[in-house]
Design a binder for this molecule. Structure first.
Ligand SMILES: NC(=O)C1=CN([C@@H]2O[C@H](COP(=O)(O)OP(=O)(O)OC[C@H]3O[C@@H](n4cnc5c(N)ncnc54)[C@H](OP(=O)(O)O)[C@@H]3O)[C@@H](O)[C@H]2O)C=CC1
Ligand SMILES: N[C@@H](CC=O)C(=O)O
Ligand code: NA
Length: 428
């Protein structure tokens, strides 16, 4: 049984977990694949950094090319992150006939189609289960489990950092800034947490899920993105009063063959199963035309959950090696892309308005909604303790994005509205 040799790019949070699992579960792994799996070389940025695991120093290098160009290495596991340089390493590794396992959603969202096309040409595997919802096997589920169905909607809490922040703000009244620091210390946040809190990390993951779910090439610029940095504790408390939880939701849905895809803070009805997903946990809700509702739940980030998916991909590569079938399972999107326009995108909305507290105000406001054919589900008015004004909370029925934009534009010229304090999408 010739050992399968692995080159590891990166030994940070995820890379450390990969070494722990490959070494700790070696007996189970090798009996599944029929050969020992050996980590042959590891690229790091700083050779002298103190590590939390024992690793033979002679295996470490500061030059990723040394790993890529080593003819002994069969599989590259890329867990160092980065985009442009990392893409070059991966393309060259494929040119050399090496298989790839990566956790890199940034790279797969931007260059996935180019990398997968090269993999197909070279008959190599590229697996990236850890790139979306860390420990949840959602990519494999979309490719294999739902191969027979037509997916109509995917809703995901796919960023652990923001779910951790929103949950702590909701449950403990904690401040946004304090919880963000905690999430960074726990290894959940990206090196630059702006991509977590501004929704970019979730958008990249939704582009990957949308591509697999709709079998069309969803690109990052197709995803409309809003992050959580403007969500206040007050918004979360109002949401709770009305029976909702605030979540950063990625939503991809389709009608016929037209689709829309977005990431935004969303008020989710408490009775919806995704509203109960708290902390660093992720969940992906998938609605298939035939299967109906399904939901997948688990840790979306962190050392060991993420490494579980990386090593499971490694096992899949090695099984394919044994069967001589690598590179035959690449998913190449084949459907033409048709994005919905703002008239076709429709959902419920929550609005919080600060208004003058005088007769006829409500009538003026409802008149604007009527003018743009937006029907209302509920309207609640309460005094604002700090000012002579009143606050009005409104939940609309489904309304097109175009109509809602017109309503909000009209409100800008209405004297009785002091301020549109918040606007959120509503689901459930
Ligand atoms: N953390 C998580 O929970 C999850 C992360 N991911 C993805 O996994 C990947 C890795 O994330 P994570 O482990 O958190 O990242 P870390 O920052 O913890 O680790 C990065 C590792 O890569 C090494 N590295 C970085 N740049 C270079 C370079 N140019 N040459 C050689 N080595 C380099 C670093 O070396 P050194 O140790 O010397 O600094 C470090 O070991 C990213 O793509 C991330 O988005 C995906 C899902 C979850
Ligand atoms: N920063 C990401 C890590 C996993 O992809 C997150 O918080 O989910
Ligand atoms: Na996953």
């Amino acid at each position: 049984m010739k050992p399968v040799k692995v080159g590891l790019l990166g030994l940070g949070t995820v890379g450390t977990g990969v070494v722990r699992i490959v070494e700790g579960h070696q007996e189970d792994l090798s009996s599944q694949v029929g050969s020992p799996i050996v980590i042959e070389k590891v690229a790091v940025k700083n050779l002298d950094k103190k590590r939390s695991i024992e690793i033979d120093r002679s295996k470490l290098t500061e030059d990723p090319w040394e790993v890529i160009r080593d003819p002994e290495i069969d599989v590259i596991v890329e867990v160092m992150g980065g985009i442009a340089g990392t893409k070059e390493y991966i393309l060259e590794a494929l040119d050399r006939g090496k298989h790839i396992v990566t956790a890199n959603k940034d790279l797969m969202a931007l260059y996935g189609s180019e990398i997968l096309a090269k993999a197909l040409e070279k008959q190599c595997d590229v697996f990236y289960e850890a790139s979306v919802a860390g420990g949840i096997p959602i990519i494999r589920t979309l490719i294999e489990g739902f191969s027979s169905d037509r997916i109509m909607k995917i809703m995901g809490i796919v960023n652990g950092t923001t779910n951790y922040i929103l949950s702590k703000m909701s449950q403990e009244g904690a401040s946004y800034e304090d919880v963000l620091i905690e999430a960074q210390e726990l290894g959940y946040a990206e090196a630059d947490p702006t991509s977590d809190v501004e929704g970019l990390d979730a958008a990249r993951k939704m582009a990957i899920l949308g591509t697999l779910g709709f079998r069309t090439n969803v690109e990052l610029q197709d995803v409309q993105v809003r992050g959580i940095s403007s969500v206040s504790k007050e918004d979360i408390q109002y949401a709770k009063r009305l029976g909702y939880e605030m979540k950063l939701l990625g939503i991809a849905d389709r009608q016929d063959d037209e689709f829309s895809i977005s990431v935004q803070p969303t008020m989710v009805k408490k009775s919806h199963p995704i509203a109960a997903v708290n902390g660093v946990f992720n969940a992906v809700y998938v609605y298939g035309e035939a299967v109906g509702e399904t939901m997948f739940y688990g840790a979306g980030a962190g050392e060991m959950p993420t490494a579980t998916s990386v090593v499971a991909d490694l096992v899949a590569v090695v099984k394919n090696l044994k069967l001589g079938v690598n590179g035959l399972k690449a998913i190449v999107p084949y459907k033409p892309k048709k994005l919905k326009n703002d008239e076709q995108i429709s959902f419920k909305n929550f609005l919080l308005l600060q208004v003058s507290d005088k007769a006829g105000v409500l009538a003026q406001i409802t008149q604007v909604f009527a003018e743009y054919e937006v029907s209302l589900e509920s309207v609640v008015q309460s005094p604002n303790a700090d000012t002579p004004d009143a606050e009005i909370m409104i939940v609309t029925h489904n309304a097109s994005k175009a109509s809602m934009d017109q309503v909000l534009h009209h409100f800008e010229g209405l004297d009785v509205i002091r301020r549109v304090k918040s606007v959120y999408r509503v689901e459930g």
